[in-house]
Design a protein around this ligand. Structure first.
Ligand SMILES: C[S@@+](CC[C@H](N)C(=O)[O-])C[C@H]1O[C@@H](n2cnc3c(N)ncnc32)[C@H](O)[C@@H]1O
Length: 477
């Protein structure tokens, strides 16, 4: 039974409606007499038939039953895995529309969560490349291969079911989609993936399983210096000394077939957690790190350190950081969540001194090596957990920083860190965020402490995905 839209939404009800916009995270938003309904797998502009699956206070969730009218913003997806793969979500949405909805999501988060009224969110800066933009891909091995739509439709299984190397299926952390193509990193990356897959499968040794914690092959990480052409391969396995020879042989084959590979490492992960980081690293070829260039700087990157995944966009992002901070040359600057020191080094020539704070020891080592590589002597790095008491030093030789740059992970800043920043009382804060909702929360706290939120510039680091990156400026009033 199809009902006309009414505000009187009930679970199980079927409704025809038009999708109005996209919420952060990618769900479609529609309204039934003002009542908000969230629906997966839809695009704004579509007229759809939905079934309400859950009603909550203030909103409902629904499942798509049928698309009745297409969206004028829909385009053909490029990849054969689109719709099943967890890598790209919006390949079928025109790129200009992706930017428009990302801007709206930043605005909506700031209004709803941060309580800001009409904040000025600038138009997102597009990524120079909308495909092949990633410098890092992390593929997973799995024992439960996802059966593709074609296989199910043709009722024909074309590959072994118990071996896969690729990306997680959207929303399914127990299933791996065996990748045959991917437009996120480079065509060479997919060729390397195929060689590793065939060789690992041919070894007769099973992928590691998080269900019973047996098996060997865990991850393949490929990092490419987009501006240097250097390539790092990281093979991540469980701990089994008898299999080391297999990894060594695989490394030899990769080196022979792909001369652009400048280094190969083997990470042995003895933990149960599904992360591509080992407790032991063997360097099988080259220096164990690659370098990437952003602006005038060269950066050394190891297998496990954080580096912005879209090199060309990172340069735009850092230019914006420098532009917003508008340094005069004599400042002491703190760089919180410094990673491998990328922002610190980028701004080093424009200020007197930079102190970076970072949790991961390898990233701090990389940051220090990066200073040496670039002949920089006015940056130093503190290895610490910023949320611990004493993590964030309030001054350097009695001097407090003039500006603080903050680039936290998705969870945003711990409230103790927010309070410490407020206590330090810098004139300017430049906040780089990869999550508009935690940004809105932190922005609200800074604004309550007397900081005025001035410019908000989204930079589209992650085309085709739901992710949003932005740079913002706060000034003490
Ligand atoms: C989004 S990355 C930013 C890295 C760097 N600013 C850049 O542009 O490459 C966030 C960084 O914060 C670090 N981090 C996360 N939690 C932390 C904490 N509690 N204390 C210090 N650093 C932390 C992570 O290790 C990571 O390097």
């Amino acid at each position: 039974m199809t009902n006309e839209p009414t505000g009187n939404i009930k679970k199980g009800m079927e409704v025809e409606l038009k999708i109005e916009s996209l919420a952060f995270g990618g769900r479609g938003v529609a309204r039934v007499n003002g009542f908000v309904v969230f629906i997966d797998d839809v695009l704004p502009g579509q007229r759809v038939l939905i079934r309400v699956t859950r009603k909550r206070k203030g909103y409902a969730e629904a499942r798509l039953l049928q698309i009745l009218e297409p969206s004028p913003e829909e385009v053909a997806a490029k990849c054969r895995h689109f719709g099943e793969c967890g890598g790209c979500r919006f390949q079928h949405l025109d790129y200009r529309a992706q930017l428009k909805y990302k801007r709206e999501q930043v605005l909506e988060s700031l209004e709803r969560i941060g309580g800001f009224v009409n904040p000025t969110v600038l138009d997102p800066i597009p990524s120079p490349d909308i495909f092949y933009y990633r410098n890092k891909m992390e593929y997973s091995f799995g024992r439960r291969r996802w059966l593709s739509r074609e296989e199910i439709d043709a009722d024909q299984i074309i590959k072994p079911r118990d071996f896969a190397l690729g990306l997680h299926v959207r929303g399914r952390y127990d299933r791996i989609l065996d990748l045959d193509e991917c437009f996120l990193q480079s065509s060479a990356s997919v060729e390397m993936l195929s060689l590793v897959k065939e060789t690992a499968r041919g070894s007769g040794i099973q992928p590691y399983s998080t269900e019973d914690h047996t098996g060997y092959w865990r991850h393949l990480v490929i990092r490419e210096g987009k501006n240097t052409g250097e390539t790092l391969i990281n093979i991540v396995t469980a701990d089994e000394p008898r299999n080391l020879r297999l990894v060594d042989d695989l490394a030899r084959m990769l080196k022979q077939q792909f001369p652009q590979i400048t280094t190969i490492v083997h990470n042995i992960n003895r933990r149960k957690a599904e992360v591509a980081i080992g407790q032991e690293e063997r360097v099988l070829h080259g220096p164990g790190t690659i370098t990437e260039r952003i602006g005038a700087r060269r950066y050394r990157i190891s297998a496990n350190s954080f580096f912005q995944t879209n090199t060309k966009c990172a340069e735009i992002l850092y230019q914006k950081v420098a532009e917003f901070a508008d340094f005069k040359g004599d400042e002491l600057v703190y760089d919180l969540y410094a990673g491998a020191g990328t922002i610190s080094l980028y701004i080093a020539d424009s200020v007197r001194q930079v102190v970076g704070f970072e949790l991961v020891p390898d990233a701090v080592k990389d940051a220090e090596a990066n200073c040496e590589l670039n002949g920089i002597d006015n940056c130093s790095f503190v290895l610490c957990d910023l949320k611990d008491a004493g993590g964030l030093q309030h001054s350097q030789n009695g001097e407090e920083p003039d500006a603080i740059i903050i680039d936290p992970p998705r969870a945003g800043m711990h409230h103790d860190v927010v309070n410490q920043v407020i206590a330090i009382n810098p004139q300017k804060i430049v906040y780089v965020s990869c999550n508009p909702t935690t940004f809105a929360r932190d922005a609200q706290a800074l604004s309550s402490a007397g900081y005025s939120l001035q410019d908000i510039q989204p930079v589209d680091m992650f085309p085709m995905t739901v992710h949003i990156e932005l740079v913002s400026l706060f000034r003490k009033v």
